[in-house]
Design a binder for this molecule. Structure first.
Ligand SMILES: Cc1cc2nc3c(=O)[nH]c(=O)nc-3n(C[C@H](O)[C@H](O)[C@H](O)COP(=O)(O)OP(=O)(O)OC[C@H]3O[C@@H](n4cnc5c(N)ncnc54)[C@H](O)[C@@H]3O)c2cc1C
Length: 403
């Protein structure tokens, strides 16, 4: 067993870290200021496009995609430490064209898209020219069980008609969001996991209406955002279907594996940055005659945080290794485990950092509060903790079927 990264990965890590220091961190405030100054928050700050161009020139582009034809051709294990670095800033993943939900959508298009679908949607996504959203969750049903989805996709001649109400479609607030992957039922009479399909819907198709944007603890996450969208008898050509009718569930499983582990990698980066900010601060601040760093309780927070980050990283790397070697399906226990571990770990580390920074910790002068809000959503998004725990327990119990 090797615990070292390859030379290729180490070199990319160095370039990425330098890029974060020189380009991303200094522009975090500029990004927010440009959003504030624009008439509407649902516009793209010009600094984002500038940073994207710089990242592309630096060869830090589409690193998430293992596919060699379309992406950087890195394995999940190679990408993990790079994605972790991107997770240190909430604006960074987009800079490198590695942000959700576009990454998951691009993987779906690479795996299941036809030549025409790839030309129309994948290439501009890979180029960072357009963005996309993923519409699965619905307000009216418990969507953690995707078999509950009620939206319909009905065949009428050479078209499909998409009808349903979705919410939490992330990324739909962005004016560059041009396409949604929508999950709905094509055949309610089919076996439970073959009723659903996924279909490509242009955001400007008649009948697509963004009803409202949903804030997260007051953060609007503009211009990306999370939308409630009505699909009102939206007509799309029959060749907009992904893979084939009835494969929606199978695609969802494949899509969510890489997406989940990417979230975990980024959360480790967020936790690392929080611990770094905690340590720097407590060394500087003195209360009751000694630096905060010399308080036993603060040292306990630091030690617990370091231990938990290391544990989470190792499990993430193991899950990534399994995905590379035995495939996403066989790695499902490890993916489920890390999907529970990483957000909870990040929340604990972030909370300690917030406490150690005092009131500054909950302000927007530091990224801790916004990272905490983001991490909290990841105990729900891409499957709530309890659903993953149930899956882990099921797999564990199955080992004793014959015993
Ligand atoms: C910020 C954010 C972004 C999101 N982005 C997207 C997106 O881009 N596209 C998209 O389609 N969706 C997105 N979602 C939605 C997310 O995936 C769903 O919220 C999630 O799958 C849970 O579905 P639900 O909200 O309907 O909760 P429900 O299914 O109603 O579940 C509610 C709670 O019930 C409990 N529960 C459920 N099942 C079990 C079980 N088996 N055992 C024990 N307890 C259980 C859990 O505690 C769960 O949190 C996003 C959500 C957030 C918060």
């Amino acid at each position: 067993m090797h615990f070292d990264y390859s030379e290729k990965v180490k070199s990319l890590q160095r370039t990425l870290l330098e890029f974060m220091d020189e380009v991303v961190y200094p522009n975090e405030k500029t990004y927010e200021e440009q959003l504030q100054q624009a008439g509407s928050r649902w516009t793209v700050p010009s600094v984002m496009e500038e940073m994207k161009e710089q990242a592309r020139r630096a060869g830090l582009w589409n690193l998430f995609l293992p596919d060699e034809e379309y992406g950087a051709g890195l394995t999940n294990l190679e990408y993990a430490p790079l994605c972790e670095i991107m997770g240190r800033s909430l604006i960074a993943p987009e800079v490198f064209n590695c942000s959700a939900p576009d990454t998951g959508n691009m993987e779906v298009l690479v795996r299941y898209g036809t030549r025409e679908q790839k030309d129309k949607w994948l290439l501009p996504l890979l180029d960072g020219k357009i963005r996309s959203c993923f519409s699965m969750t619905e307000p009216d049903v418990a969507s953690s069980d995707a078999t509950n989805i009620e939206a319909t996709i009905e065949r009428e001649g050479e078209e499909y008609v998409v009808t349903g109400r979705k919410w939490w479609s992330s990324g739909a607030g962005d004016p560059r969001c041009k396409v949604a992957i929508v999950m709905g039922k094509t055949d309610p009479g089919a076996p439970r996991h073959e009723q659903q399909s996924m279909i490509l819907v242009p955001m400007d198709a008649p009948g697509v209406r963004v009803r409202r944007m949903l804030p997260v603890f007051g953060y609007d996450h503009a211009p990306h955002g999370h939308a409630e969208i009505e699909y009102d008898r939206v007509r799309v050509p029959a060749d907009s279907m992904l893979w084939e009718a009835g494969k929606g569930f199978a695609i969802a499983q494949g899509r969510l594996g890489p997406g989940r582990i990417h979230h975990c990698m980024r959360l480790i980066g967020a936790a690392e940055r929080a611990l770094e900010q905690l340590c720097k601060r407590v060394r500087r601040r003195t209360a009751f005659g000694k630096t905060l760093a010399r308080q036993g309780v603060v040292q306990e927070w630091i030690a617990a945080s370091r231990i938990e980050i290391e544990q989470a990283r190792l499990l993430t790397l193991k899950a990534a290794y399994m995905m590379d070697t035995v495939g996403n399906k066989a790695a499902k226990a490890e993916i489920a485990m890390i999907k529970v571990v990483a957000p909870n770990m990040a929340l604990r580390v972030l909370d300690r950092a917030i406490q150690a920074l005092g009131a500054a910790g909950v302000s927007e002068d530091f990224p801790l509060a916004s990272h905490w809000a983001n991490a909290r959503t990841l105990r729900l998004a891409d499957g709530p903790d309890e659903v993953h725990q149930a899956a882990i327990a099921k797999l564990e119990l199955r080992k004793y079927d014959d015993k």
